[in-house]
Ligand binder design. Structure first.
Ligand code: NAD
Length: 383
């Protein structure tokens, strides 16, 4: 086997996503398995160069994982011709500028969503990257979750007949930070810092709906800031200026209607932190992060509404588990592998910066819909 090294500047690896999902569960995990086997006698060996603002934090991560390269000087890293890929999982508000810089330096781009805090900025990134001829990609990890992969299998296998509706429930209680520390960073709750659940989750809902059920044609949303005061990482109170819940309705190409609740102020009474129920003429499914259950029309009970009598059936027991029938790897890692193959082997790739811009567009229109109390069409974006 020949080993081909690909050097990746990773900016934002001290953060939740950058460290756990991208560095440890994706890049380091690829190294633990001996690199990415390209199938032609070559193994691709990802070599991360950790980039960030705090030297001690970068050094600590590097030492913990036996990594040699880190830097607080983004300009110098981007000027290094041996680095081919720039990856960004910084706070959202810092992304656009850094990605622009990396495009100008001729690096291939891979980054977290949302790609920018505005549609104009997100489309501009897609245009610049395309014009520069670099490869570009955006994290769309939910597509690679076992539960949604099984759902995709059902859609593609024609299980549902005509799909009528999709109902999504996402959320959990994020502690305010006073008597128990918050489990999400405080910038998520400040609009001025790029926070808000719409900016965070609508980009996910855009690609999930688009890829599984059809392009989103219109959006109507009502957002709320249910918890107006929170406590930050230093235990200081601050005003939550961003939305912490969004109740959205999405019309899809092909006629299905999707309705998705997203909330950081909800207590979980579900099997998983996100679940989608899909109802079709021939069958229904409920898919979560890992599991997926179905009910075919032939096994559908015929309940009769009578509030005078207790329920005689346990409806949830009437569903059938969809088997894995495959090994599912970590979703972030699975997408990294495809991106690396796209960069090195020029294999097909659809989750580019324009796809990322669609997610930002849905978030922007969702917020506008809530502010103005109107439903908005979602126009097709182009460069
Ligand atoms: N794909 C997903 O499922 C998913 C999930 C959560 C977050 N995200 C995205 O990942 C990105 C990072 O989110 P996170 O939860 O890891 O955030 P985080 O606060 O844990 O990490 C943020 C990172 O950005 C760096 N940073 C750079 N400039 C900064 C500044 N001015 N202020 C604060 N930090 C700064 C921090 O040092 C840190 O490395 C966000 O864009 C978010 O939307 C994606």
């Amino acid at each position: 086997m020949t080993r081909k090294t690909v050097r990746i500047a990773m900016n934002g690896v001290t953060g939740r996503m950058g460290y756990r999902q991208h560095l440890v569960r994706s890049i380091l995990s690829l190294r633990e398995q001996g690199g990415l086997d390209l199938g032609d006698g070559t193994v691709l060996w990802p070599e991360p160069v950790l980039v960030g603002r705090r030297e001690h934090a970068l050094r600590a991560i590097a030492e913990q994982h036996g990594l040699e390269h880190w830097s607080t000087d983004l300009d110098a890293v981007l000027a290094d011709p041996s680095i081919e890929i720039y990856f960004d999982s910084q706070v959202t508000s810092a992304r656009e500028e850094a990605v622009k810089q990396a495009i100008a330096a001729g690096k291939h781009i891979y980054c977290e969503k949302p790609t920018s805090t505005s549609v104009a900025g997100a489309v501009e990134l897609a245009r610049l990257a395309t014009e520069a001829g670099v490869k570009h990609g955006v994290v769309q990890d939910k597509l690679f979750l076992p539960g949604l992969q099984k759902l995709r299998r059902l859609v593609e296998g024609g299980f549902f007949g005509q799909i009528l509706s999709v109902r999504g429930e996402f959320g959990y209680w994020v502690f305010e930070g006073d008597w128990q520390s918050a489990q999400r960073p405080s910038w998520n709750y400040r609009a001025e810092d790029g926070g808000g659940i719409v900016a965070d989750m609508f980009p996910h809902w855009d690609y999930v709906l688009h890829e599984l059920f059809g392009r989103v044609r219109s959006v109507q949303a009502l957002t709320a800031t249910h918890i107006p005061q929170r406590w930050d990482e230093q235990g200081k109170p601050y005003d939550a200026t961003a939305d912490d819940a969004a109740y959205g309705i999405f019309e899809l190409e092909g006629g299905a209607v999707a309705q998705i609740n997203s909330s950081w102020a909800v207590r979980v009474n579900r099997d998983e932190l996100v679940e989608f129920q899909v109802d079709g003429t021939h069958g229904s499914a409920v898919a979560g992060l890992r599991k997926c259950r179905v009910q075919h029309r032939s096994a559908t009970p015929k309940p009769v509404w009578n509030p005078d009598l207790p329920a005689t059936e346990t409806f949830r027991d009437q569903w059938q588990e969809v088997p894995d029938n495959a090994d599912f790897d970590n979703g972030f890692k699975a997408q990294w592998e495809l991106f690396l193959r796209h960069v090195v082997l020029d294999e097909p790739w659809q989750w580019d910066l324009l796809a990322g811009a669609r997610g930002v567009q849905l978030a922007e229109l969702g917020l506008k819909s809530s502010a103005e109390g109107r439903r908005f069409d979602v126009p097709e974006l182009s460069l």
